[in-house]
Design a protein around this ligand. Structure first.
Ligand code: ZN
Length: 423
């Protein structure tokens, strides 16, 4: 990692000479395998890169490219070197198949072991794994890393809460691996049964769906454990490519295996460190299915500077949502999750809100509707929220405060953002 090289407007993390060499090896492998990306490069006349600027001219890759390669078109080595495949959930049409060599499986295990170590998990721990086993990268990823660490694995998989709690008690599980929603369910069940004193959990390693601070607090206080956010996606090994340390200042990611950029999801140009954008990942040593500039559609930012823990591995902030949720207002990228986080810091407003964006007199405007009860001065509350939003987003919205119960509710997911500019 090298800091401090500036471009037009800000500080950017730079690709190192070693990473450039590694990218060139990935490019060679992709071209000689004749993969979709190899062909893209050949038609662009690129066979290697020498600089940051050349790296940033490399074409992006997308999930649709990976789908088009179904079933085994991503394979960049002879088939006899492939030891396993994983698949990402095909919620829309064709799934994506990712082939792994023995070294890929090994590298993933090393990264995952490092995640456990950053979370302070040791070989004396008993790791209770609830993510699913199978084509997914979830359960088996948690397991590989734990075995590499030398800890005792309790490979539960999901569901059957009764049995989960029984094993948790009998085996004295000290670490729970779960999604945030399942960790919350377990927290509630443990409280309901009044068995917290029989549970020995100390830490939770939680797969990073986007989850609120409120939920985090609920789980950590309910179970009396420390929580760690783990990041990853099937296309890039699986979970285990990054995790927060005990200082909880963002997720360290493994820059000896991956090069990460944050780009503006509209212009696709890299944004300065500290600014929110889409995570784009390049694998540096992957054999089975190398990926160059893979657009994850996950939103986050690089956290500038070094962590107090002393690790040189750079940090990504918690995932703030998906690029599909992004709105561009007055030239600024705004994510509903940012507004939601701000509103959560006002205990006097309900959890319902609505954002309306319109275009009036040649200008974009954002109106935020919130609810409260009659005991609060509406105008004063509106002012305080507007000031807070300006401090985070950079412009002042119109805030309208209404009585509790006035905003629309529906049984399905309530539509909270309404963009009236394109009606
Ligand atoms: Zn740290």
């Amino acid at each position: 990692m090298i800091w401090g090289l500036t471009r037009e407007e800000g500080i950017y993390m730079q690709i190192t000479a070693q990473q450039i060499t590694q990218v060139n090896h990935q490019i060679e492998a992709l071209i000689s395998a004749g993969s979709f990306y190899g062909k893209k490069l050949e038609s662009a006349g690129i066979t290697r890169i020498h600089s940051q600027a050349e790296f940033e001219k490399l074409p992006f890759s997308q999930k649709s490219d990976l789908r088009d390669a179904y079933p085994l078109g991503l394979m960049a080595v002879p088939e006899e070197e492939i030891v396993r495949i994983h698949s990402s959930s095909g919620t829309t049409g064709t799934p994506v198949i990712i082939p792994y060599t023995a070294k890929d499986v090994e590298d993933w295990g090393i990264m995952f072991k490092r995640c456990y170590e950053f979370a302070g998990v040791t070989k004396r721990d008993r790791i209770h794994i609830t993510p699913g086993y199978g084509l997914w990268t979830a359960g088996i990823g948690f397991q590989n890393g734990a075995e590499k660490l030398g800890a005792m694995v309790i490979p539960m998989g999901p569901g059957n809460t009764e049995k989960q709690l029984q094993m948790m008690k009998d085996m004295g599980s000290t670490v729970i691996c779960a999604t945030s929603s399942y960790a919350l369910l377990l927290t509630e069940e443990i409280e309901k049964r009044g068995i917290r004193d029989q549970i020995k959990l100390k830490k939770g390693v939680i797969g990073s769906e986007r989850w609120s601070d409120k939920m985090r607090k609920r789980i950590s206080e309910g179970l009396g454990i420390e929580l760690y956010d783990i990041y990853g996606l099937t296309e890039i090994y699986g979970p285990g490519i990054g995790i927060n340390c005990s200082y909880n200042t963002g997720m360290h990611y493994w820059d000896d295996y991956l090069y990460i950029e944050i780009v503006d999801p509209v212009t696709l140009r890299p944004v300065p460190d500290g600014e929110m954008g889409e995570i784009v990942i390049t694998t540096l040593v992957k054999e089975g299915a190398p990926l160059i500039r893979y657009r994850t559609h996950d939103l986050s930012r690089i956290i500038p500077g070094e962590c107090p823990c002393g690790s040189k591995h750079p940090r990504l902030d918690t995932i703030m949502g998906r690029t599909d949720d992004m709105m561009k207002i007055k030239g600024v990228n705004v994510f509903p999750s940012q507004i939601e986080e701000i509103l959560k810091s006002f205990p006097e407003v309900s959890s319902e809100y609505q954002i309306r964006i319109s275009h009036l007199d040649g200008k974009d405007t954002m109106r935020i509707y919130v609810e409260t009860n009659g005991s609060v001065n509406f105008l004063d509350l509106a002012d305080r929220i507007a000031i807070k939003v300006k401090s985070v987003i950079g412009f002042t919205p119109l805030v309208k405060v209404v009585e509790n119960g006035l905003l629309p509710r529906s049984e399905k997911k309530t539509k909270r953002v309404i963009d009236e500019r394109y009606d």
